[in-house]
Ligand binder design. Structure first.
Ligand code: NAD
Length: 486
């Protein structure tokens, strides 16, 4: 086997703790989002590879002398070893993600390569502290022993936008609980999963605890409905989430769904819009990862009293952003993850123009970049909240500015969405911000910033999903309870 850094082409799949020859000769080839050049390839998993991965995960789960017999402390030890091995490969993982999906390397190094070890150590700590059984005194006399045991073999499906962090949202709590995993990465981001597999092997995680089978939507569907799977953990689009929910509904199979978003960034009338103070946070809350982030506040709600100032601020901000090769450390906006994704974003820009909204900057491709799937940071002002660009998830560097009059109207517009995932409030009065935040229908919000914290539950309402990841709540999602009446 070659080293993590050099292995851009593999012929094997990581199943049952070993590199195995896949059952079919099909391959997934990945091109750089910045240069469009081929950067590597991996075997594409077939249904029989999923069968083998599920069998390996089941064997590990059931092994009383291996993972299945580990105490919470032993699981935590293994997770901390994996975090250490992950840290050793953080640079290679960040570069692989960045090359594939266009995530600026500065973002990949700060978030994508950092969240997995952070979550592994956090959940290892919870595994050590959390009692996995308790005896409760009964109201009718006697008492009850309540046990929390791992839910079993998890089928986990992740998208391409934060492939490593979103996988860790699942396996970190899941391993703490004692589950085993079959992961299906997205075809756009498979090279980072090879490096992750190497970290798993180097950490001495027992064979079969985490298996990785890359493939597309059909392979995902096969995994979701596989008879050997006990729970599905999915992050991706709302459309795919609905079909997965239908399959899990039929099977009565537990499922966590982290889906799309169209969140509001509410600029209150008392906001301090000095970009020297808030620019970085505003950027992370509205345009992070080239706009390819589910929780971003892409509907900017601006008070009529300060509307022109808000439009001017965002327009200037977007013009100032450094657009370029994702691997350049000074890049703030990289390319879209694929040609298809750029087409999608451009089709929404066309719809924005047709809607009568005013394009204040962007709207095209950057002239100086003739290779790569780039789109200029784009701002639309005068947007009606009922228009397509305000209601549908664009997943690119495109923001819509919507006017409101008074807090009540801001809340009404923020809540007038199919989605409810993230959002942010911008204010110089903390209490005012929290009061408005309480009224917004969403899974999470930030005041003058937005970054999910590992200790707090993260997830959506309405079409943004079901269930919660992160925090102690994220661990509960991988446990089943049993009551033994004593
Ligand atoms: P996608 O739904 O097309 O694909 C996501 C993953 O699911 C991929 O691995 C894909 O192969 C697989 N898949 C697709 N259809 C499937 C099906 N019917 N059955 C099983 N698997 C299937 O999404 P994408 O374009 O890769 O990612 C972008 C979407 O993900 C956006 O909508 C974004 O908002 C969402 N997302 C949500 C969160 C969150 O935490 N809520 C985080 C990141 C991304």
């Amino acid at each position: 086997m070659t080293t993590a850094e050099s292995r851009t082409d593999t012929d094997e799949l990581f199943i049952g703790g070993a590199w195995r020859t896949p059952s079919s000769g099909a391959r997934i080839t990945v091109n750089s989002a910045s240069t469009e050049e081929r950067i590597g390839s991996v075997p594409e998993g077939a249904q029989s590879d999923i069968d083998a991965a599920v069998a390996a995960a089941r064997a590990a789960f059931d092994d009383p002398n291996g993972w299945g017999g580990f105490t919470p402390d032993q699981r935590a030890d293994a997770m901390e070893r994996l975090a250490d091995e992950y840290d050793k490969r953080a640079g290679a993982i960040a570069a692989a993600v960045s090359s594939q999906n266009g995530m600026p390397i500065a973002v990949a190094e700060k978030l994508e390569a950092v969240f997995p070890p952070l979550l592994l150590r956090y959940y290892a700590g919870l595994a050590r502290q959390r009692p996995f059984e308790e005896t409760r005194p009964g109201l009718l006399g006697g008492s009850t022993l309540v046990t929390s045991t791992p839910i079993g073999v998890v089928g986990a499906i992740v998208p391409w936008n934060f492939p490593q962090a979103l996988a860790a949202f699942k396996y970190a709590p899941g391993l703490a609980a004692g589950c085993t995993f079959v992961f299906k990465p997205s075809p756009e981001t498979v090279l980072d999963s090879v490096i992750f597999a190497e970290a798993i092997a180097a950490a001495g995680i027992p064979d079969g605890v985490i298996n990785i089978v890359p493939g597309g939507r059909d392979l995902g569907s096969y995994l979701v409905s596989h008879p050997g799977i006990d729970k599905v953990a999915f992050t991706g689009s709302t459309g795919a989430g609905r079909s997965i929910a239908e399959a899990c509904g039929r099977l009565l199979r537990p499922v966590t769904l982290e889906l799309g978003g169209k969140s509001a960034a509410v600029i209150l009338d008392d906001a301090d819009l000095d970009l020297a103070k808030i620019g970085e946070q505003l950027f992370s809350s509205t345009l992070l990862n080239n706009g390819q982030t589910c929780f971003l506040g892409t509907r900017i709600l601006a008070p009529k009293s300060r509307y022109d100032e808000v439009v001017e601020t965002f327009t200037g901000f977007a013009q100032y952003l450094q657009v370029g090769d994702a691997l350049d450390p000074t890049t703030q906006i990289g390319p879209m993850a694929s040609a298809r994704q750029r087409e999608r974003v451009e089709s929404y820009i066309a719809k924005g123009r047709d809607s009568g909204a005013m394009l204040t900057t962007g709207g095209g491709r950057p002239e100086q970049l003739d290779k790569g799937w780039f789109v200029q940071p784009t701002i639309f002002a005068g947007v009606d909240n009922s228009s397509v660009i305000a209601q549908e998830e664009i997943f690119g560097p495109v923001l819509s500015i919507i006017a409101y009059d008074g807090d009540d109207e801001a809340v009404r517009i923020a809540n007038d969405s199919e989605y409810g995932l993230g959002g942010s409030i911008w204010t110089s009065d903390h209490d005012h911000g929290v009061a408005v935040a309480r009224r917004i229908e969403t899974g999470s919000l930030g005041i003058n910033a937005y970054l999910p914290d590992p200790t707090a539950p993260f997830g959506g309402i309405k079409s943004s999903g079901l269930g919660r990841e992160l925090g102690p709540e994220g661990l509960e999602a991988y446990l089943v309870k049993k009551s033994i009446y004593l």
